[in-house]
Design a protein around this ligand. Sequence first.
Ligand SMILES: Nc1ncnc2c1ncn2[C@@H]1O[C@H](COP(=O)(O)OP(=O)(O)OP(=O)(O)O)[C@@H](O)[C@H]1O
Ligand SMILES: [Mg+2]
Length: 153
Amino acid sequence: MRIVVLVGLPGSGKSTYLERLGAAGLSSDSIRQLLADDESDQTIHDRVFETLRYLLRQRLALARPVTYIDATNLTLQERRPYIAIGAAYGCQVEALFFDTPLAVCRERNARRARVVPSEALAKMEERLVPPTTAEGFTRVSRVSDVDPPASRP
Ligand SMILES: Nc1ncnc2c1ncn2[C@@H]1O[C@H](COP(=O)(O)OP(=O)(O)OP(=O)(O)O)[C@@H](O)[C@H]1O
Ligand SMILES: [Mg+2]
């Protein structure tokens, strides 16, 4: 079993990547929608991530081979729970880093339906810490625009 933690700013292409892969990740935005009928409700953060972790544990209990965590996962603090859950269930935890330049995220963000405010995006870039194996990931891969999902293992 594997947990794949996606890491990247809003607009970096995480959900699009999963869509192209034909994989359904556990998405914090989808959970916001399920819980509060609003995919951008930022007032229920703790409940959203508690639900996400609950769903992840249920999938691992069912021995699903791979679970993608589709959230920004910008900091060690946000990523640590998945490493701990992986250890508890004896599964590999990998990071997939969407190293998309801020300017590109900004441009894509401006063109889509759910627009993240520009200042919020800048603050998030300041918080972003690239994932490393030192924090407990078995493997860290980078996704750039030149990597089509089909070419990745
Ligand atoms: N590789 C790409 N090339 C061109 N456009 C892209 C690419 N990846 C994503 N986009 C476009 O950028 C926008 C944002 O992408 P996406 O929703 O996948 O970002 P995200 O990382 O999931 O953001 P969020 O964290 O806010 O959910 C979408 O409109 C999408 O169509
Ligand atoms: Mg997304």
